[in-house]
Write a protein of this length. Structure first.
Length: 365
């Protein structure tokens, strides 16, 4: 197993959910790492999620962390950064990532996920021309594979069959990364992960949405009858996996990252409701959180089942998921209950408008 030592890392989308957790993981686990965090701070990016990182590792801390507000699609900005700083690694999280939003407005998904990735690749290709002592790691999703039947799991060779504008845009970006490796020799690795959950996740996603609606006594919208199956992966496990791929992954290779947490959505919702009840965190006046569950009209093109076969990263890089789903969900419920101020901050304004557009009519039918 060959190894690569990242030292100066550009993380794109590092103020988002997974990117922010990865920034924290790298800085805490490797004292030799320096990180430049490039994020456009769109609705899901929030510097409040990194206030502790800024204090410990920013200019007033040990100086190993710097935030740069900017768009991956700004070629001149990225090229200038790569010219000024001897970046040896790019870990590319930046993306528009919510299926529902891609259905409401697909253009921004193409602009960021496809064109933005292209410009980032071009900046790296020109800055790193001919070098092999660098890495570009691209983080993607299992949604590019489409929907599974009742059996089987996605492998690294499963054909792409995206169902939504979001998954189509991520599939396109995956193909671009592979093409820049095969055509230009850019040293890349890729990963496709299952559904992440954990601290600092923007509450448009299922798990934090359910928790916050329980805490606030609001109806919990569940698409269809909640029969869609997802493979849940704790974000901590995902960060460790990306770190291992960056350091030890085979150049040009793709690794699937899953959590062995395959459950129907309605099962996950029920467990979260029961945890909020058990921990006595439910809103005043709510007798039982399960009573808040409201089945709503399903979204178009809703894939039925995802499941990840992660044997390659296990066999080649020695990674495996470490957080059992039951433990991770309990920890996540406690985290959101203890961070209500952060939740209030990120769910004001634009999020409320989106929530009303997405669910108000469905909840009334």
């Amino acid at each position: 197993m060959s190894s690569f030592e990242p030292r100066r890392v550009l993380v794109t989308g590092g103020a988002g959910f997974i990117g922010g957790n990865f920034v924290r993981h790298l800085l805490e686990s490797d004292p030799a790492i320096r990180i430049w965090n490039l994020d456009a701070l769109t609705y899901a990016g929030n510097l409040a999620s990194l206030s502790d990182v800024e204090a410990r590792f920013g200019p007033d801390g040990d100086g190993r962390y710097q935030f740069i507000r900017g768009d991956i699609g700004d070629f001149d900005l990225v090229a200038g950064l790569l010219a000024d700083v001897p970046i040896d690694s790019v870990v590319h999280f930046a993306a528009e990532s919510h299926v529902d939003r891609s259905i409401l407005g697909p253009e921004v998904f193409l602009t960021t996920n496809v064109l933005g990735t292209f410009r980032l690749l071009e900046a790296c290709r020109k800055a790193w021309s001919g070098r092999r002592d660098v890495r570009f790691h691209h983080v993607s999703t299992d949604e590019v594979f489409g929907s599974l039947g009742p059996d089987g799991r996605f492998t690294e060779t499963t054909p792409y069959d995206p169902s939504s504008p979001y998954s189509a845009s991520k599939a396109a970006s995956d193909h671009l990364v592979r093409a820049w490796h095969r055509t230009y020799g850019l040293p890349v690795t890729l990963s496709n992960c299952s559904n992440n959950y954990g601290p600092w996740q923007f509450p448009e996603k299922l798990i934090p949405l359910v928790i916050l609606n329980c805490l606030e006594g609001r109806a919990i919208p569940v698409y269809g009858r909640g029969e869609n199956v997802r493979d849940w992966l704790h974000v901590r496990d995902h960060c460790v996996a990306v770190d291992r791929i960056l350091r030890y992954g085979q150049v040009g290779a793709t690794y699937n990252v899953g959590g062995d947490g395959e459950r129907r959505n309605i099962e996950v919702v029920g467990v979260l409701c029961d945890l909020v009840d058990e921990l006595n965190l439910r809103a005043s006046g709510v007798i039982r959180c399960r009573d808040l569950i409201t089945f709503v009209t399903d979204r178009p093109g809703h894939d039925l089942r995802y499941a990840i076969d992660w044997r390659r990263i296990g066999d080649e890089l020695g990674w495996r998921p470490a957080v059992p789903l039951a433990d991770g969900l309990r920890e996540t419920v406690r985290w959101y209950a203890e961070h209500r101020e952060w939740c209030h901050q990120v769910t004001s304004g634009e999020y409320r408008s989106y929530y009303d557009r997405q669910y108000s009519r469905r909840l009334q039918t």
